[in-house]
Design a protein around this ligand. Sequence first.
Ligand code: GLC
Length: 574
Amino acid sequence: MHANTGVDRNEPYVESLRIEDAPTGHATQVAPSTTDPDWWRTAVVYQIYIRSFADGNGDGTGDLAGVRSRLAYLKELGVDAIWFTPWYRSPLADGGYDVADYRAIDPAFGDLGEAEALISEALALGIRTIIDVVPNHVSDQHEWFAAALASAPGSPERERFWFRDGVGPGGDGMPTHWVSEFTGDTWTRTTNPDGTPGQWYLHLFTPQQPDLNWNHPDVRREFEDVLRFWFDRGVAGVRIDSAVLLVKDPALPELPENPAPGEHPTVDRDELHDIYRGWRAVADGYPGARTLVGEIWLPDIDRFAKYLRPDELHMAFNFDFMGRPWDAAQLRDSIDTTLAAHAPVDAPSTWVLSNHDVTRPVTRYGRADSSFAFTSKRFGTPTDLELGTRRARAAALLVAALPGSLYIYQGDELGLPEVEDLPLDLIQDPMHFRSNGVDPGRDGCRVPLPWRITPDGLGFGPVGAGTPWLPQPADWAALAVEAQESDASSMLWLYRETLRLRRAISELAAGEFRWLDAGPSVLSFARGDGFVHVTNLGDGAIELPTHTDLLLASRPLENGRLPKDSSAWLRTQH
Ligand code: GLC
């Protein structure tokens, strides 16, 4: 037992809990057993972007106190786990993905004691906690980087990073011309103590995020220790940031024009698998199935699946689905490819409609091009929010009916749109600045949640709290939790009902997946013998297949027919 936690790592997790009737009158929800070793295979994971979820201390920034005060909301929503985006001490040069201390909570969010209390309180409600670990880079305020800057070229302190002399006269040229994930250069020059230009260091993201050298044993040891630090405190899993970027080719070649698999100098290097085998061994040393989920953006699905072999990561985000437009053939192809790639490694697929980096679904699905790509984000792209909301409702049912685990980004259950008119002087995302203002950046999906119909922050903080760190649109009162809780046609009701049924319908956990023939613009499939899902992506309403009960529909039927851009869940036998 760790001195501070109250969580005994050798005891099984608490027994399964019965969740009492929700105040809205929804039927009783039963939480799954928290001792189930396979909990993650079908889990519903809710992503909390902590700065924007709920502000407990009234300073305008979300915090742990805010999350603790809203655990009942998450229980009622029906999630199995919460994933926190980084909550560590950080100068917030990249929204917390620039970590200064992996073992400390940022004072703006709370402290370690509060994090430990939150982990236990959530678990007592049947909700596990997943944290975000950022292994590719640290903050430039991290003690290792400060020590490296203070040490001479060639020193052991610099070996933990990628310091190199520049090329050409005076070392003025960058060691490579790799392009940053956030556009722009990947090398920044240091200044020597005497004021002369010094060595360069590598950063695949911003200069405030120096890349670690994963060939160095200290780095490997340190992160395995960070995992233990948090597993000791009862966390059930780790989301691995930028999981395929860690290892670099030490020869630092320029990027080949068409790199063969494994040949890219910074992406998907073969050595990564050994690192994750080490992480898996750490996770497997703990009771209660502690899991690893990778943020893996790779177009090659077979290379992607290699990370999910039984002794590596448990899961990885399926971004392919998010990259597809609202089109039956495209979505079907993505589902087929995903399921086929996961089967041989016996890993569950994950289904992700959005996260803190991408355009909110109700906005994206209302566009002429409803696929997501970082490269196409521009100010002023027209959106039909009513259409987008209709499709996002249909998509919510679709992904919840597919085999595997489901990731929900905070606010999607409220149908929040992307905020595309934030005052430019309030934007904080480095993606916006590094694109010279061409890319609107990611703050539009990070706007603080509306909880109440009251003015002044829509209940994001307590009464009299400071202004939320990003302003909420005035018309978000209609989307506030308080407004939606009393409206059975709201997105929140749809999500609650979807998750309640998902848990109650045994076929959705274990039933075999089988496509049904329903025409080119309809996605219809069975799970097991008694359940059928239908999404209508065509131009008009369609007949539903034979069924005994309509369990749920994302829109009311029209004369018994399923309207376009809607989904339905059907029971086909008792
Ligand atoms: C991941 C995160 C993103 C962050 C980046 C750098 O892609 O999801 O928010 O900016 O890594 O850490």
